[in-house]
Write a protein that binds this ligand. Sequence first.
Ligand code: ADP
Ligand code: MG
Length: 694
Amino acid sequence: MLDSLFRPKSVAVIGASTKELSIGNRVIRNLVDFGFKGPIFPINPKADEVRGIKAYKSILDAPDNIDVVHMVIPAKFVPMAVEDCGKKGVKNIIINSGGFSEIGPEGDEYEKAFLEKARQYNIRVLGPNCQGIINTDPDVRAYCNFTFTKPDTGHISIVALSGGVAEVIHQGFSAMGVGTRIYASNGNACDITIPEIIQYLGDDDGTRVIVTYVEGLRDPSTFMKVAREVASKKPILAMKAGRTMQGAKAAASHTGGLAKEDLATDLIFKKAGVLTFMDEGELIQAAAAFASQPIPKGNHVGIITNTGGPAVIATDILVGAGAEIPPLSQETETLLKDSLFPEASVNNPVDVLATGNAAHYRTCMDAMLSDDSFDALYINFVTPFFVDTDSIAKEIAAVNQQGRKPMVCNLMTDKKQWAETTKILMQAQVPTYALPGEAARAMTALVRYQDIRTRDIGEPMAFKDVDKNSVSEILTRGKNAELTFLPAEDVYAILRSYGIPSANWSMVKTAEQGVAAAENLGYPVVVKADAASIVHKSDMGGVAVNLKNAADVQKTIEEMQDRLKADDLRFLVQKYLPEGLEIILGAKAEPGLGHLIMFGMGGIYVEVLKDVVFNLTPVTSFEAQEMLDSIQLSPILKGVRGQKGIFRNGVTDIIQRLSQLVSDHPMIQELDLNPTLAFEDRVVVVDARISIQF
Ligand code: ADP
Ligand code: MG
């Protein structure tokens, strides 16, 4: 439990300094200014006091039962100081100093050395190279941190490795008048990890929303497990950066952070039910809404405005993100027609007009909150000089305090002149924004979250009609032969063992055998050259389709033999299946996470449009269907303009079988079913490759 770190009863500072502009001084000042509830013990071999507080020469001289020690001393002294803390029975150490793994091998040595001591004495370490924590709980008031933002008490907790970003998020909340609960930035995170902190915040009753920033996940499977569990209790809002190659490089070279391929991170977020953001501003603004607003029950948003254009902007953004702007109920319409100015627009958005007063706003809000057509309220509020804007703000504040349905407010004003109006809204915790788009995006996040929360992916299917052992045998054989790519016979046998249908085929060596095989399969057939050296068969003229008779087969094989000249050259004779829709299915091992499963349009589409989507194993039936629905060309799967659709259940069945196959056999490195031909009534693999790793 991290209780003694986040709710410390006493704090010591090793490296406490009398110099005003030093971290060793600032930490003490922050603790004092923030009203820390426990004693503070500055440790300094030379000074008798720091900031007027009695100092001790060594941690060993300080009183006992210290929950948190800050270390603000050069890296090389840290291992010894940790040893002293161990002897003293200290519970947690926040190492603010840098100069550890983030600078390279030399620093890494110090990090390993102090970590070994910490483990020996059961001390938990936050950092090194970190800011620390803040807990605004009135019973704690712990500002164990050298930053300068003084948060109000609130319900949002922030956790990130990067202190810079955590602090910028923190400042964003502060600027919006939104309080924080717990703040934690753990830098190199050599001991206490982000998932561990998220777990703690999940159990912390004062935390209503968790906001996190990551540049890659070090332990994806633990993150997934924890995030999934916590996200089922409270919203987790996350931003992942390092999406471009350059961005990823920048991430890898600071805080020792590891930016892995970001696709997997996004998939983890999705599977775990984490709400993701691409932009820190949007994340901050959304979190502000989550901090004070209930989660909407649906996606129907009512808009109240006193000026036209901004409501149009909001409508576009909301609708674009999947919200609906339904009409008013008959009852609401009648009521508003009686109450508002005759020129007012009584639709959704409702325009009360710039001359609309507090009573008009109030009537609209009450009516729309009572109207089942709406799950949430979006308010545009421009502050004309000819109306009493304070009264309008008071009505909005009062309605917000009832907490009936979530609301956001776009306040278009000059905050200097309308300071009182602004203050009324902020103090009442109305999520208040300065642009229609910002407020709309915050509302969008609430709607998206309700969608995530109600999305039940179900349990993965466990197919019983599979032959796991025979696949293990094939893979072991491949491993013993040190193969990277499995021979075609093995690949198709593996597919058969997991009930994945493929076109009938025969492997032959000569043209005569080829003709016999073709007669057996029935014309038309396809002939494909097969040899270890041939990777993309059609690129080398190694695929001939629609061969209609013996002469065609004979000629094709002889011609390929002449041209391709490989010692191990053989031919796969396969049933020709015309007019199927070419799709691509695949899997790729993702270390620490299982496999990625891919689905998309095959043939030329995969090259040109890259119209493919991914998911992480295990893929459930629900998720497989989502995959089909989320490619760009998904309408084609259903059939458009008289064209027949494809057998969707056949595809989702293969996706799930594939998921089970690679989960059962982690040795499979990559698997490609490209193409798989999808018809109205069946789905058949016609080309498959499997590579293994051991
Ligand atoms: P490669 O990917 O190595 O070039 P494929 O076996 O995928 O070779 O064949 C290339 C293309 O030929 C496929 O994308 C598909 O369009 C077509 N094709 C291959 N096999 C068949 C088949 N059995 N029925 C119909 N078309 C096929
Ligand atoms: Mg192919």
